[in-house]
Design a protein around this ligand. Structure first.
Ligand code: HEC
Length: 161
């Protein structure tokens, strides 16, 4: 059934999805139940006062950020919600695209739901297939994230003026 979803707006997906089950299985050991994060171990994946995962997803090219972090991992000092993390996010490329897409939809639908509009197209297996084979390393993902943070900061400053 999930395989046949195709291009659905995010708002059409149920919140308590198989993606949540997969998240609990593969991700919650570090990011904790509900993606709230754990000081010194792994950052929250929820909305927080500095730029959230959801806000970055909406930048030009930002749709690719979550699939790429899940496929290639991430390493380097980051600041999330006023806390610093300097850990290592492993690659999850061994998981099938359809299951990865379910997890990504759980992240934006259930953990960043007030930031990401319902019209946002749900992630599909194709999004993940397209992000594979780019030969990116964890440190490349760090650079991508830094560039995105600069864009979010610039947008926030403009908005505040
Ligand atoms: C072994 C622990 C661990 C596991 C398991 C793990 N992560 Fe992570 N994750 C991290 C760490 C640590 C970071 C931050 C890396 C850094 O400091 O640069 C991170 C970062 C992230 C980010 C980027 C957050 C941001 O603010 O840009 C996302 C998205 C993410 N993880 C999603 C997931 C998902 C989805 C799963 C399950 C498929 C998962 N993680 C499993 C440790 C983990």
């Amino acid at each position: 059934m999930a395989v046949m979803l195709g291009l659905l707006p995010l708002g059409a997906l149920a919140a308590d999805s198989p993606g949540e089950q997969s998240f609990l299985k593969h991700c919650a050991s570090c990011h904790q139940v509900g993606g709230v994060g754990l000081t010194g171990l792994a950052p929250p994946l929820t909305i927080h006062k500095s730029s959230s995962l959801g806000a970055r997803t909406l930048l030009p090219g930002g749709r690719e950020y979550i699939p790429r972090v899940m496929l290639y991992g991430l390493v380097g000092l980051i600041e999330v919600g006023g806390e610093r993390f300097s850990g290592l996010m492993p690659s999850f490329s061994q998981i099938e695209d359809i299951e990865l897409a379910g997890i990504a939809n759980y992240l934006i639908r259930s953990l960043n739901e007030t930031v990401v509009p319902n019209e946002f197209l749900a992630y599909s297996a194709e999004d993940f297939a397209a992000s594979r084979g780019k030969g990116m390393r964890q440190v490349d993902m760090y650079k991508m994230r830094r560039n995105m943070e600069k864009q979010v900061t610039a947008a926030t400053n403009e908005g505040g003026r």
